[in-house]
Ligand binder design. Sequence first.
Ligand code: ATP
Length: 425
Amino acid sequence: MDLLEKISSLAKRRGFIYPGSEIYGGLAGFYDYGPLGTELKFNIKQSWWRDVVQLRDDVVGVSSAIIMNPKVWEASGHVGGFSDLLVECKKCHERFKADDFEGVCSSCGGRELTEPRKFNTMFKTFVGPAEDSASTAYLRPETAGGIFVNFKNIIDTMRVKIPFGVAQIGKAFRNEINPKDFVFRTREFEQMEVEYFVKPGDDEKAFKDWVKNRLNWYEGIGLKNVKPREQSPEERAHYSKATVDIEYKFPFGMQEIEGVANRGDFDLKAHEKGSGKDLKYFDEEAKEKYLPYVIEPSAGVERIMLALLCEAYTEEKERVVLKLHPTLAPYKVAVFPLLANKPKLVGLARKICEDLKKDFVVAWDERGNIGKRYYSQDEIGTPFCVTVDFDSLEQGDVTVRDRDSTKQERIKIADLKTYFQEKIS
Ligand code: ATP
C-alpha cells in the first residue's frame, strides 16, 4: 500500500473521511466528513480564523450566500472564462482535463483524442420554479465574490480604514473534470480566503507580508514540508501582478494548498462596471478617492487537512501514530478507568472526564486492555491519555501518557487542567 492508500484507509476506518453517499455507490468528487474529520476541519478553520481575524485589528469576517445574483459571476469573468480544456478518448469516451492527459488513456490505453474544448466548471442551478435561462444561477466557485460584493457594505457599516481585510470561510463548488488524489481535488470543498485592501503602491509590501504570515501559520500548525513557489508571468492569471503558490510535498508530488495573489484593482473595477455602483474608497488621510488594490491569500481546508494527515502519519515498531499538532487533534485527552468492571474506578474516571470536558474535547474509552486503548488513541492523534487506577482512589493522582514519547507520569487530579493547558497551546 502506498502512503496515500494507507491514509485514506485510516481516514475511513477511524471516522475522518468517508466516500460521499457511499451506500448508493458514492459520487465522484464528493466526500463526507466523519466525527473525527469534522473536529479536525473545525480546528483548522478555527486556528486560521483566530490568526487572520481575531488576533488582528485590521481584518473582519463575513459569511455570504453560496448562491448569488448571477451577474456577480458575469462581472468577475467566471461565466465567460472559468473553464478547463476538456479532451475525450475517441475509443472509450473517457474525459480528461487536457493539462492532465499523459499521452495514453488511463481507462483503455487509447491514444486518439478529440480536439480540446472549453468546459465551464461552475455548477448551474435554477432559482424559483421556472427552469429557464432567466432563472439560472451558480453555486459559487470561490468565496471571494461574496467579499467583493460586500466591500461597500463593510466600509459603510464598520469603522474600517485602508489597509484592511475581509475574511470568509465557506463552501465552494467546481465541476472538476477529473477529481483525484483523495480529497486534494474534489467538486465540493471549503475555502478560507482574505481580501486585503490597500492603497495602490502599498500592494507589494502587503503581498510580501501576507506570504510571510501564511508561511508562519503553516509552521505554527506543524506543517514542515511546505514551500512557497513564485508563479512565472506566463502561469499567472492576466490580472495578477504577482502570485505565490504555497505548496506541500504530497505523496503525489509538490502541489498547491494555497495561493497568495496581488490582484491589483481587477475585482473592484469589474464589480464597479458590472453593478454600476461606485466602489471607490475615500481616504481621509490622503484626501483622495481611489479603487484599492487587493492581496488575496486563498487556501483550501481539505487540502490542508490532507497535508496534515500526510505529515502526521507515522509508523513505528508496534503502532501507527498521527502526530498532529495538539491544537488540531480531534480529541485532546482520552480518559480510561483501568478496569471497566470496578465501579469506583469508573466513577472517578467519569468525574475526571466530565471536569476536563469543560475545557477540552475529551474521549472516553473502557474497552479492551490499556495497551489497545493507547494504540487506538495514537492512531487518531490524541496527544494525552489519562488512566485512573487503584492508587488514584487513595492518592488523588493519575497516569498521564504522552502520545509522541509514550512516557508516563503521575499527575495530581487537581493539577490536570493546568497541565493540559500548558501542553496544548
Ligand atoms: P488548482 O490549480 O489545483 O486547480 P486553483 O489554482 O484553481 O487550484 P484557486 O482557485 O487558487 O485554486 O483556489 C484556492 C484554493 O482552493 C487552492 O489553493 C486549494 O487549496 C483550494 N481548491 C481549489 N480547487 C479545489 C478542488 N477542486 N478541490 C479541493 N480544493 C480546491
